[in-house]
Ligand binder design. Structure first.
Ligand code: NAD
Length: 247
């Protein structure tokens, strides 16, 4: 057995049809897990990724979240791992928008909806189950031009990780988070091509490790937290940022 052998496990990845979430889903499936991904809209061809079933859903819809968890248990026979990846601020903060409304929307997605997914999943997770949340290096060091709502929300994810680890420990459920540094990926290059290059150089300049982060760097941490190697870790946040935060 390797540290990230996930044979026989069932995993849910939110926001898993593109970006980092898609990479997590692929890597979990390669490690032997059966994977359900959910997203607002699904990239065509998602269902053809081996070991992955794709279901459209908005994680802010609490009733739909509960239905999806029940559907996974019915169709896959259980649920062992939840990777709460859906998040961010893009699409939730528009220029000219009331800043308080935008702030609420970002906290609603990253913290409240993530909490709702964890709350719905916890009762069906077995002893040994895993909840993995997604924070950000921006929660710890605020230099990129990210909105205050994102910083507050991703630090909120750290608090939520610790609180859930406390609440669910007796059930044998480990709760940890990854905090990626700036990690360019294909979807980002499509969405904001002009910014990706300058943000990558700015990140690499300040990192101790002088190369851009990759989706695989973040997925490797997710796989570790999902796998047998992390069975005695809970309430922790793994910063995967090439040393950007502690310059
Ligand atoms: N890429 C980075 O540099 C970076 C750095 C730090 C943290 N993160 C965090 O990692 C996660 C993934 O980042 P990414 O760069 O792949 O982001 P992304 O925006 O490319 O992908 C996020 C995915 O979540 C989905 N999503 C958004 N709102 C949703 C909702 N209400 N319901 C269901 N799905 C929803 C989107 O459709 C998208 O597919 C996010 O939580 C992000 O904040 C990313």
């Amino acid at each position: 057995m390797t540290l990230d052998d996930l044979g026989g496990r069932v995993a849910l990845v939110t926001g898993g049809s593109r970006g980092l979430g898609l990479n997590h889903a692929r890597r979990l499936a390669e490690a032997g897990a059966r994977v359900v991904v959910t997203d607002l809209t699904l990239e065509s061809g998602m269902d053809s990724v081996p070991g992955v079933r794709a279901v459209p859903m908005d994680i802010r819809d609490t009733a739909a979240v509960r239905d999806l968890i029940a559907d996974i248990v019915a169709h896959e026979g259980g649920l062992d791992i939840v990777v709460n990846n859906a998040g961010g601020a893009s699409g939730y903060v528009d220029p000219g928008q009331d800043p308080v409304v935008a702030f609420r929307a970002v906290v609603e997605l990253n913290v409240v909806a993530t909490y709702a997914v964890c709350l719905a999943a916890a009762p069906v997770l077995p002893d040994g189950g895993r909840l993995i949340l997604t924070s950000s290096s921006s929660a710890f060091r605020h230099t990129f031009d990210v909105p205050a709502s994102y910083v507050a929300a991703k630090l909120g994810v750290v608090g939520l990780t610790r609180a859930l680890a406390r609440d669910l420990g007796e059930a044998g459920i480990a709760v940890n988070a990854v905090a990626p540094g700036f990690t360019p990926h294909e979807e980002m290059r499509k969405r904001i091509p002009e910014r990706v290059e300058s943000m990558t150089s700015a990140a690499v300049r300040d990192q101790r490790l002088k190369r851009p982060g990759t989706p695989d760097d973040i997925s490797s941490a997710v796989l570790f937290l999902a796998g047998p190697g992390a069975g005695f870790m809970t309430g922790q946040v793994l910063l995967v940022d090439g040393g950007w935060t502690f310059v």
